[in-house]
Design a protein around this ligand. Sequence first.
Ligand SMILES: NC(=O)c1ccc[n+]([C@@H]2O[C@H](COP(=O)([O-])OP(=O)(O)OC[C@H]3O[C@@H](n4cnc5c(N)ncnc54)[C@H](O)[C@@H]3O)[C@@H](O)[C@H]2O)c1
Length: 392
Amino acid sequence: MTKLDRSNITGIIGAGTMGRGIAQIAATYGHSVILQDISSDVIQDAKTSLGKILNRLEEKGRLERESAIEILDRIQFVNDLRLFQQCGLVIEAIIENLEIKKELFGEIEKVTSEDCILATNTSSLSITSIAAACQKPERVLGIHFFNPAPLMSLVEIIPGVLTEEFTVKTAQSLINDWGKTTVRAKDTPGFIVNRVARPFYGEALRILEENIADAATIDWAMKEIGGFRMGPFELMDLIGNDVNLKVTETIFEEFFYDPRFKPSFTQKRMVEAGLLGKKSGRGYYDYRENTGNPNPKEDTELGEQIFLRILMMLINEAADAVFLNIASKEDVDLAMTKGVNYPKGLLQWADEIGLEKVLTELEQLQDEYGEDRYRPNPLLKRMVRNKEKFYD
Ligand SMILES: NC(=O)c1ccc[n+]([C@@H]2O[C@H](COP(=O)([O-])OP(=O)(O)OC[C@H]3O[C@@H](n4cnc5c(N)ncnc54)[C@H](O)[C@@H]3O)[C@@H](O)[C@H]2O)c1
């Protein structure tokens, strides 16, 4: 195979939140899609919900009626993997469990043709480890979509240690053709977005724990002063504190307990108390009917202090991703603006603030707390010493 295009059948395994979204994207582009799940109920639900989504797009005038019908017609909803033989690309989006994914990849390899590209949508598992379940790990890679997949433009492309360059280029080129913005990331915990974004939550939680400000005030500072679309606590409530904590815990463990990623007791207790966020009715905010929430303390000086501290930690993490060759500076900035809607690329932001100021702020935090968590990245130190910027 030289290139993947509309004529190739796309197989998707797992018809849950992500699988059905990816199926919608592939079918909209023009592929015939085979969407498989072990649960017949999920398959039925995926079919109904995709029908509704396409109807809504049609009502809003974003799709012609005929196109909506064609898109749904292109998707086959199935229970078994036998039809995957003709696929050019298979994307796996099942439960986040390494052993189950590995077992599945062994199976997929048996039912697909030799040159079919096999991808996993895992958020946190090692691509290399999943690929190791295959006879031909060179054709396996990570293609990481964000939720909701049809709306979020970013896709992280992650080669495993043994993935061939041809596999990466072919897959990346197709996902670009699907209209997505792709960035390439090294196979390391959290890839780009989930790793670099950690301090947005972690440092906000520290500020809360130190009683410098309450959740509403921290959210206000990040939105009003920082220009972020959502504050960290609103976002944790939306993601679910259980899900957010799990991601942090996984990254912390996978980084061999680097204190930079240390999870927060406050968040752990919130989860233990069942305060999961919007989905449970209460989190940092109360979402039940007829309940109010505290107003932020709109103190600009305090707000700037909060915003700067969180931003410095985000920049430090972005610099580390470049320093350790996880991704290019351009891809790190693109990932954070397109993947989590940050108002600016973090490294561009660092340039605008001045790297010297960024370094001084981090040094002051490290000096005050004496914690390794605040250690400034060597790349920042080196760049300040050489009077360099990330972009000219
Ligand atoms: N939800 C997100 O925000 C998000 C974002 C990016 C990536 N991801 C990743 O995408 C993957 C799927 O996540 P999700 O949120 O769609 O999960 P989900 O629970 O909504 O769906 C998973 C589906 O996989 C099915 N399944 C389980 N084992 C299977 C098997 N052996 N064969 C076929 N189907 C099987 C389940 O029946 C279920 O319908 C995970 O790896 C997750 O880490 C999730």
